[in-house]
Design a protein. Structure first.
Length: 162
């Protein structure tokens, strides 16, 4: 399957959430409320004039997906030139892994695509700044409380600008 075909068979954020358990669903408004984007970043988001597609692969049970796909949804609300479609981890592993030449599959995998569905960028699992943290309980909690949501938005927007 192509990026375009995968985008077309994917689901909306709302349908993606519907498949979650109640406790997973309850985390979304909490995560969403933690997305506080600075004015300069909102301006950058609004500057995007052509359609851009975010093809995300993930599952609602995954905390990284709960955080980072929610940020992608927020971007679509700020600028309606940004479109989001979500496919399952299984479909991502089967189709995105070979398309992206990945040796291992992490979720969320978010492919940023131009108006012709050519790849502009790739977001894997967590923002780069979060990945740099030493692996310990305190840092993990800091990440899970949404302290890197702006970093996710910045990485996605940077990819969209080519």
């Amino acid at each position: 399957m192509t990026f375009k075909e995968l985008f077309e068979v994917g689901q909306t954020f709302e349908n993606y959430i519907e498949m979650a358990t109640q406790s997973e669903r309850n985390r979304i408004p909490k995560n969403y409320s933690r997305i506080e984007l600075p004015v300069d970043l909102i301006d950058e988001i609004n500057e995007i004039q052509e359609e851009v597609y975010i093809l995300a692969s993930g599952e609602m049970w995954c905390p990284d997906c709960q955080l980072n796909i929610t940020v992608a949804k927020k971007l679509t609300e700020i600028n309606d030139n940004i479109k989001l479609s979500i496919i399952s981890m299984g479909r991502g592993r089967k189709y995105l892994m070979p398309l992206l030449n990945l040796e291992e599959f992490k979720i969320p995998t978010m492919v940023i695509l131009d108006k012709n569905f050519n790849q502009l960028g790739l977001f894997l699992e967590q923002p780069k700044n979060a990945k740099k943290l030493e692996e310990n309980a305190e840092n993990k909690l800091f990440y899970l409380k949404g302290n890197f949501l702006t970093d996710t938005a910045r990485e996605l927007i940077l990819s969209m600008k080519g």
